[in-house]
Design a protein around this ligand. Sequence first.
Ligand code: GLU
Length: 309
Amino acid sequence: MKSEEVTRILENAIRIGKGVIRYGSVASYIPELAKADKNKLGICLYTIDGNQFETGNTEDRFTIQSISKVMALCLALETFGAEFVFDHVGVEPSGEAFNSLVELDNRSNRPFNPMINSGAIAVASFIEPKVSFEEMLKLARCFCQDDGIVLDEKVYHSEMSNVARNRAIAYLLESKGVIGGNVEEALDFYVKMCSLSVTAESLASLGLLLANDGVDPSGKRLLDSDTVRVVKTIMLTCGMYDGSGEFAVRVGIPSKSGVGGGLLSVVDGKMGIGIYGPALDEKGNSIAGRKILQFLSSQMKLHIFAKKD
Ligand code: GLU
């Protein structure tokens, strides 16, 4: 596809995205997130052959929130191996909200998957005794090719002051023997990793790394191929909260959203896409981001099962 054509598609995409922002609202259960400007919107698309396309608010910083679950899972798989991780956390969609504890209490003794809070808090509890938060921060900067990533202290403290639900999940995990170490330390690590400040550009770089099998643009392998395959598969089946099935059918691009308004998408073997749009739909996904990805998928034939010409 020619560059001018991609630029035109992105311009249309942002127009379509802007058209639905009014139907969404910013997250408010973490008070600091409620301060975001819901009209912000940026798309960033980095291709494996080195092209970069950007439009809108692609340099605005916001907190990564649930998208950090992708990096934490990569780290856990590389540190402890898939067998250990999936002995403790499943790989099935839960069909429940990201912060639900009903299915964990009633239907299973381990979290359904690592993309919901229970699974990610469990993953954080494995990582935390071995990897300091500073090391996690360094890793995030490296995966996202972004030295500007820092801990957003305001969002971190805002979430820590409103953490009762995640604390309940963490202690439920302890009661089921999934968390063996210090529950408060695991919870703190989890909230810190959610409070990393990124941009749509950082997310596009992370997407590109995963699209390119774990190899960064300089040709250095940062992640094992098996890790990347597993993570992309879980993003496809579980990455968009309890809207993951519909998103897989309509868009078909492994993605992960966060309540800060970020969206990370991986078009395998082709490109990474990063979006920032803090107005969320009722499931917690960026409302404009979802619409934009659907448009890009159809215009650029990016669906994982798109008919090859
Ligand atoms: N830190 C947020 C929480 O645990 C992340 C939620 C999200 O982005 O889905 O509630």
